[in-house]
Design a protein around this ligand. Structure first.
Ligand code: RB5
Length: 151
């Protein structure tokens, strides 16, 4: 599995921990930065990670900032992205099973690092359930087509 990962300065330490914890022969990370804890603007990192996922160059994405909110908002501007901010394992599981979330966002300032790793494990393990949820995702795609400006 290929995972695109990125953070701003406020998520840098957790990003490094996540890479160390989850890198394996089964999980390959593409790291879109930042590479140090100097101040950075989260949309600058959310964009390339979201584009990599939307283009299919990565299977999933993980974005980390202080709260996870800015990364979630920015990533969801990219068509095809369903980014979910999760603070607990129940929501992480539902984000895949119900929403087929292709990007997980986390907040280093609000989520304990060990809990963040549990959230990621649960999100990676879960699978989209389809059925009624697929109908709802089709409606989200229709919203995107109706409202997103094409360039
Ligand atoms: C940076 O100070 C902080 O605003 C950012 O990491 C994030 O929490 C925004 O949503």
């Amino acid at each position: 599995m290929r995972i695109a990962i990125g953070s701003d300065h406020a998520g840098f330490r957790l990003k490094e921990k996540v890479k160390n914890r989850f890198s394996s022969p089964q999980i390959e990370f593409s790291d879109f930065g930042v590479n140090c804890p100097e101040p950075a603007d989260y949309p600058d990192i959310a964009e390339p990670v979201a584009e990599a996922v939307a283009r299919g160059e990565a299977d999933l994405g993980i974005l980390i900032c202080g709260t996870g909110i800015g990364m979630e908002i920015a990533a969801n501007k990219v068509p095809g992205i369903r980014a979910a901010l999760c603070h607990d394992v129940f929501t992480a599981r539902a984000a895949r099973e119900h929403n087929d979330a292709n990007i997980l966002t986390l907040g280093e300032r609000v989520t304990d690092p060990d809990l963040a790793c549990q959230i990621i494990s649960e999100w990676l393990k879960a699978g989209f359930q389809g059925g009624r949820h697929a109908r709802r995702l089709a409606k989200i795609r229709a919203l995107e087509e109706k409202h997103c400006k094409k360039t």
